[in-house]
Design a protein around this ligand. Structure first.
Ligand code: GRF
Length: 203
């Protein structure tokens, strides 16, 4: 399974995936390309340091459809099977979604459908939630909305601020993304409506 990683920033989820591959936890996956829409994103610099194919495709004032066409062309040129959004801060156009149906994953730092959009951790704190977490889901045309692959819960502690809560969630994000990719590689699931159901032999 050839992965295309899209990012815009820090890239800790990308690095967790890269480590999982390197350490044998994703034996059937390889990173075919890392693409950033931000030239100096730390994630793309880290990809370059690891000698992974690293490409910058800035929007540069282009329309979303035009920028996405360049992204899709790049993913296709690298024979990508599964697109993993890892802190990619742009919405995808319908054409992009059609190019990879049920083959684009995203990770979001809340238990969706609670707290979609930006600053999900602060949203959980402000709401007074006692439990939050992260969600890996397929991307569809609505923000933070597609079929859920898996979720991990973490407690919200009384002393938390956005920083401490974010780092507790992030630890789980790194585990969750690897698990979700392992499931995608195995193909041991089916989707009925919004329900992603594992075959019995899968965990
Ligand atoms: C993560 O919290 C992820 O859930 C959200 O954006 C953040 C990206 O972090 N979509 P990183 O760039 O992977 O460190």
């Amino acid at each position: 399974m050839k992965l295309g990683i899209l990012l815009s920033g820090r890239g800790s989820n990308f690095l967790a995936i890269a480590d999982s591959i390197q350490q044998g936890r994703l034996p059937n996956a390889e990173i075919a390309v890392v693409i950033s829409n931000i030239a100096d994103a730390p994630g793309i610099l880290a990809a370059r340091e690891r000698s992974l194919p690293s490409i910058i495709i800035e929007a540069g004032g282009r329309k979303r459809a035009e920028h996405d066409a360049a992204m899709v062309a790049c993913l296709r040129a690298h024979n990508v099977d599964l697109v993993c959004l890892a802190g990619y801060m742009r919405l995808l156009s319908p054409k992009f979604l059609q190019a990879y149906p049920l083959r684009i994953l995203n990770i979001h730092p809340s238990l969706l459908p609670a707290f979609p959009g930006l600053d999900a951790q602060q949203q959980a704190l402000d709401y007074g939630a006692k439990v939050t977490g992260c969600t890996v889901h397929f991307v569809d045309e609505q923000l933070d909305h597609g079929v859920i692959v898996l979720q991990k819960a973490v407690p919200v502690l009384d002393g938390d601020d956005a920083r401490t809560l974010s780092s507790r969630i992030l630890e789980q994000e790194h585990v969750a993304y690897t698990q979700a990719i392992a499931r995608a590689c195995s193909g041991g699931y089916h989707i009925t409506g919004r329900r992603y159901v594992l075959r019995e032999s899968q965990t």
